[in-house]
Write a protein that binds this ligand. Structure first.
Ligand code: C5P
Length: 242
């Protein structure tokens, strides 16, 4: 059926709510919610607004991705994970560099609660390069370190990962089909990369094996955010059709 798509890209598209206040975010979410299944709330808004930000998910029928990059002693992280579950958070980031006991305890708590919450391990921040790692006493290159941390996280029960779209095919091959791979750095063809060093289109990220694309500025700063989100959702749907 030439050109018609039956799959929806909505649950594969996360909108990064890089706003300080819920009021500003909700104006945008109202426009994009038909096309965006997940809202990513980061430190900027969560520090200011707390759980009020999370209510945007229920208000607009979207899942919440709480991007707090937890990194602390195992018990503290476990208890934070339990509170996130109580708030009905669907995705939650933890730093893989918190180590195997921290990750295992977080994953065990999710399993024990039977929670519909996917932990996402952040490996090496893309803001760090080889010389930063060296200064931190790490001899691996960023790519080697990211892979080592991802394997370690998977071994202790965390099966979600945040990675650059350019790394997704390698991680998909290494971590297998069940891994949830989340990729920022997405730009529809022709749009400015902003400060993202390496960008991929929605089509190429999905074809490379990404499970969920995180998109911020291309939607937030568009003249018509709803239309921008719709276009990305359709590109995802078409890529899923193969
Ligand atoms: O505006 P843009 O689409 O670049 O935003 C992407 C979102 O993903 C932002 O919230 C940003 O902080 C986050 N992110 C990123 N690159 C990473 C990790 C997270 O852009 N490597």
């Amino acid at each position: 059926m030439g050109g018609l798509t039956t799959k929806s890209g909505r649950k594969h598209l996360a909108f990064a709510l890089d706003y300080s206040e819920v009021n500003a975010a909700s104006i945008a979410v109202e426009q994009v919610a038909p096309y965006v299944g997940v809202l990513k709330i980061g430190l900027e808004m969560f520090v200011r607004e707390g759980p009020a930000a999370i209510r945007l998910g229920a208000d607009f029928g979207c899942d919440i991705f709480l991007d707090l990059k937890l990194h602390d002693i195992p018990e503290t992280v476990e208890r934070a994970v339990a509170n996130a579950y109580q708030l009905r958070v669907r995705y939650l980031t933890v730093h893989a560099s918190g180590g195997p006991r921290m990750l295992a305890q977080a994953a065990e708590r999710v399993a024990k609660e039977g929670a519909e919450l996917t932990l996402l391990a952040v490996t090496v921040l893309t803001s760090l390069d080889g010389s930063d790692l060296e200064a931190m006493g790490i001899r691996n290159s960023p790519g080697e370190q990211a892979l080592a941390l991802a394997r370690m996280a998977q071994c202790v029960g965390v099966n979600g990962f945040v990675c650059a779209a350019s790394e997704v095919s390698r991680l998909r091959a290494e971590l297998g089909p069940s891994a949830v791979l989340v990729t920022p750095g997405i730009r529809p063809a022709g749009l400015a990369a902003n400060d993202q060093k390496r960008v991929e289109t929605p089509d190429s990220a999905i074809r490379a094996g990404s499970s969920l694309l995180v998109v911020g500025r291309p939607i937030r700063d568009a003249v018509d955010p709803g239309a921008a989100a719709e276009k990305i959702e359709r590109e995802i749907a078409q890529a899923l059709e193969g």
